[in-house]
Write a new protein. Structure first.
Lengths: 328, 316
């Protein structure tokens, strides 16, 4: 607010009506509320005009669906309307007591925890390695290469996976044995997070590289004077530098623990691996969209959202207690 | 004394080892670490590039050679048959055309809605309004109606089998909005605003004539993020589009590539085998053709990525 402190008040008042950028010292005076609100709009109507479209879009497409959450507590109607009778927590109880509950929940948590932990360390390691390179050109070249998979669509990633794992023609499948690894239950989760690392490692490293580029070089010099080896420089300078960033990212990721990417799981699913690959979101899709049990599926989705929120809050709380870094 | 030593000794405590001497002592272990770093990075580069290279050479190789695993580093039995089939396949071109339309129109609307909003929310004069609106946006990152309520809303809005489903619901991405807002807040000097004010400019004029021309970096990054999201969109097509002629590229790809897998097991006639071979062949080329536009664009914008990702991390 410093920019407007020394501008003359009367000049601001004169420019107000003509759409010029006003000085709001003039309207900050203690006048009655309606007058102040009018003054605010007169000064800032252009700014309002700029953000109102975005607010409208977000309201329609992100907030109105929240109203639809009441379906979870109403008797299912095939049309998807809100005319069903109020049934309370019936659909939640139905979900909790069904065998699919334990199965989809454990699958979801297993797949997402593995990819969260592995996907957390891989970009950090890549960034630490790249940061050791002195040549700008070669560093840029390797970055270009490692970013590439980020721009490949999920459909293509999964197709590539099926091609490479084909027991006859795939270069991984040929050495992996007679069965396609995608059909083997024990391999589903490793394939999921390994391909996730392949796709996301380079892109994920950007933020850490940016943090590392901000390290004061005198810190390195001082450490070298004290006889620190290169590995010690990484351990005592680089890693502490990226720690706050990584904790914030970890918190953000925790909020997605039950949000295993629908697309990838859905595309990797087949009848052979269904026991370990059915997650909450794919189950919701099948129950809700494919068999029109809207209320039941809404209840499952709401359960998912609530658990996610708990995870974010818990991770945030733990991080704040442990290291003073938090997002809220 | 050399010029480098001229200033250094002054900082050193008495009796400390001079810099050059230290370097010579540490040389061997530094070299070992160097070698390990290079080996690791080389391994990462190979692991990332080889699958993509394999798709490329398999797309122009003889299909039997590919199936027998003879294609490893270079194409075997070079030919363009796969690409010829792809060019003749109307499904792929319909999907391609649809995706281009959805991506271009979608990104245009994204920019039209996101940039002004981001600018408005970067102005501190808005005071409480600004904080309330930012909270209103940020909340959607943690709370959502979920798949079914969203589907039912879109259905009642007539978005099923309507191409606008690719454009309107994704008009604002909160993450991209925050990136743009942080840029306007930090990278555009406040002195420019002061002089615009003196010149009697309106907010609209300041935004269009002064802020936007200075913001090519963030415009490039945000436009790329939006464009990539549109281009690779699969879920929306799966949920809301049943009409084949409106399906975007990713959903066409899934239909072709997955139907190959399941359809192959049915009959063992020669015809089916030939069909399968052709389908397999299209598969490699189609992967390449569908990914090419993005793989060509992103290296040109790479220098902006750092800025974009960092600004996204500086949350409000």
């Amino acid at each position: 607010m410093s920019h407007k402190s020394n501008a003359p008040k009367n000049a601001a008042a004169a420019g107000m009506m003509s759409g010029e950028i006003p000085d709001n010292d003039a309207i900050k005076r203690s006048r009655p509320l309606p007058v102040r609100i009018m003054g605010h709009f007169r000064s800032y109507w252009q700014l309002w005009l700029m953000f109102i479209p975005a607010v409208v879009f977000v309201f329609i497409f992100h907030y109105i669906p929240l109203y639809g959450l009441q379906l979870a507590f109403r008797k299912n109607s095939r049309s998807g309307g809100f005319d069903g009778d109020w049934v309370g927590f019936k659909y939640f109880e139905q979900f909790f007591s069904s065998p699919n509950f334990v199965q989809t929940l454990t699958n979801t948590v297993r797949i997402s925890l593995w990819s969260l932990v592995m996907g957390f360390f891989a970009p950090i390691i890549l960034a630490l390695l790249l940061n050791q390179l002195a040549g700008k050109k070669i560093k840029g070249f390797i970055q270009t290469i490692t970013y590439m998979p980020h721009f490949i669509s999920m459909v293509v990633i999964v197709t590539m996976l099926t091609i490479f794992l084909d027991p006859k023609s795939g270069f991984i499948g040929r050495v992996a044995g007679p069965d396609n690894l995608l059909n083997i239950e024990a391999w589903f989760t490793p394939l999921y997070w390994l391909s996730g690392i392949w796709q996301g490692m380079g892109w994920g490293s950007i933020i850490y590289l940016a943090a590392l580029s901000g390290v004061d070089t005198s810190l390195y010099e001082a450490a070298k004077m004290d006889g620190a080896s290169r590995l010690q420089l990484i351990r005592y300078v680089d890693i502490p530098t990226i720690l706050p960033t990584s904790i914030i990212l970890l918190i953000m990721d925790m909020g997605k623990v039950l949000n295993v990417g629908f697309e990838k799981v859905y595309l990797m699913q087949n009848p052979f691996n269904m026991q370990v690959s059915e997650v909450i979101s794919t189950y919701t899709y099948k129950i809700g969209i494919l068999s029109s049990q809207f209320s039941y599926a809404t209840a499952i989705g709401l359960f998912n959202t609530v658990i996610n929120l708990c995870f974010v809050l818990a991770a945030n709380w733990i991080a704040r207690r442990a290291s003073d870094v938090s997002i809220f | 004394m050399t010029s480098t030593n001229a200033t250094a000794p002054a900082k050193l405590p008495a009796g400390d080892i001079p810099w050059n001497h230290y370097r010579m002592q540490k040389k061997l272990s530094d070299h070992i670490v160097d070698v390990i770093i290079w080996l690791l990075l080389a391994a990462i580069v190979v692991i990332i590039t080889y699958p993509i290279w394999f798709i490329l050479i398999a797309s122009v190789s003889d299909q039997n050679a590919v199936n027998l695993g003879k294609v490893t580093l270079l194409p075997v039995g070079f030919n363009w048959d796969g690409y010829r089939e792809i060019f003749a396949d109307t499904r792929i071109w319909d999907g391609y055309r649809n995706t281009i339309v959805y991506s271009v129109v979608g990104t245009a609307l994204n920019m039209l809605v996101t940039l002004p909003a981001a600018f408005a929310l970067s102005r501190k004069e808005l005071g409480k309004v600004r904080r309330v609106v930012l909270f209103f946006f940020s909340l959607t990152m943690f709370v959502s109606g979920g798949m079914i309520p969203t589907y039912l809303l879109f259905k009642s809005l007539g978005l099923v089998d309507n191409w606008l489903v690719f454009i309107l619901p994704s008009a604002v991405n909160v993450y991209n909005l925050i990136i743009a807002r942080s840029f306007f807040e930090t990278a555009v000097p406040e002195e420019l605003f002061d002089s615009a004010k003196v010149d009697g400019m309106s907010y609209g004029g300041y935004f269009l004539k002064i802020v936007l021309p200075l913001s090519s970096a963030v415009i490039a990054v945000v436009a790329l993020y939006y464009f990539v999201a549109h281009w690779n969109e699969f879920f929306t097509g799966l949920m809301y589009i049943n009409d084949d002629s409106r399906k975007p590229l990713q959903n066409v790809l899934q239909a072709i590539l997955l139907s190959n897998q399941t359809g192959a097991e049915g009959s063992a006639s020669l015809d089916a085998a030939a069909q399968q071979e052709l389908a397999d062949k299209i598969k490699y080329g189609v992967i390449f053709v569908s990914s090419l536009p993005l793989l060509v664009i992103y290296p040109f914008l790479q220098k902006y990525f750092n800025k974009g990702v960092l600004l996204g991390a500086v949350k409000g």
